[in-house]
Design a protein around this ligand. Structure first.
Ligand code: NAD
Length: 250
């Protein structure tokens, strides 16, 4: 539906789960791709699936907690003449821990992965986007950024931070043709959530909160990302697009 055939996208945390689905749907829409994940995490499956869409795909190792690595990766791409039109800050962690048990390492790991990493990736691509007067920056937040969910205060704080970060970046960069948005998914069964969702009590709490009574799937988020990346979404800026089946509406 939306053509991205003249675009190049960079996706973080693309080895599996939602990030892999986002890479695939961007490829399906015709975008060239640079997929990334932490060093040592294989991107082979994502690359092979994307190549089915006959687009150019390359990969880089990037741990988004390492700001020096972010600078190095994006500087190198710039030197190679690679243009990044679409950045998807998907990499994220959730280590559910009750507030009284949160230690500084848990706090820092969430903040550095979920917020700081995405911010510095956005900063690294913004000047190129400004010079070409086009850019789409999409953060993967969560419904946990809009409501409180017991037992994961730090994750909720980081995902809430993204909701306001995109407002701040979006108003600052709109005049350069850049939009900055988030998607806010509900529960999806991935490596991040599988163990918790296997607990029957937790699963029935989750299904009871989603009006449709079904979990979401990675493609639900990926399609929303493709829309936000498209030319057609030019006036959608600073927005959080809920992909939660209505959880946050009641
Ligand atoms: N699964 C859900 O229910 C759900 C709901 C809402 C939002 N989200 C968000 O969606 C995003 C993807 O989650 P998922 O469910 O696919 O999880 P996942 O654990 O399946 O995948 C996350 C990917 O991010 C990578 N990653 C983790 N830390 C990284 C780092 N420091 N640098 C680079 N890559 C790193 C992992 O290696 C992995 O490939 C996350 O931001 C998550 O918070 C997930």
């Amino acid at each position: 539906m939306f053509s991205l055939s003249d675009r190049t996208s960079f996706v973080t945390g693309a080895a599996t789960g939602i990030g892999q689905a986002i890479a695939l749907r961007l490829a399906e829409a015709g975008s060239s791709l640079i997929v990334s994940d932490k060093p040592g995490i294989s991107l082979d499956e994502t690359i092979a699936l994307c190549l089915n869409y006959k687009v150019h795909v390359s990969s880089v190792e990037l741990d988004v907690r390492e700001t020096a690595q972010i600078t190095e990766v994006f500087d190198r791409l710039k030197e190679q003449g690679v243009r990044i039109d679409i950045l998807v800050n998907n990499a994220g962690i959730n280590r559910p821990t009750k507030a009284l048990e949160v230690d500084v390492d848990n706090w820092n790991d969430h903040v550095n992965t979920n917020v700081r990493g995405g911010f510095f990736c956005a900063k690294a691509v913004a000047s190129g986007m400004m010079s070409r007067f086009f850019g789409r920056i999409i953060f993967v937040s969560s419904q946990s950024g809009l409501i409180g969910i017991p037992g994961q205060p730090v994750y909720c704080a980081t995902k809430g931070a993204l909701v306001n970060l995109v407002r701040a970046l979006g108003v600052e960069w709109a005049k350069y043709g850049i939009t900055v948005n988030t998607v806010a998914p509900t529960f999806i069964e991935t490596n991040l959530t599988r163990k918790r969702l296997q607990n029957p009590e937790f699963r029935s709490y989750v299904l009871g909160k989603i009006p449709k009574g079904e979990l979401s799937v990675p493609d639900d988020v990926a399609h929303a990302v493709v829309y936000l990346a498209s030319d057609e979404a030019a006036m959608v800026n600073c927005h959080t697009l809920s992909v939660d089946g209505g959880w946050t509406a009641w």
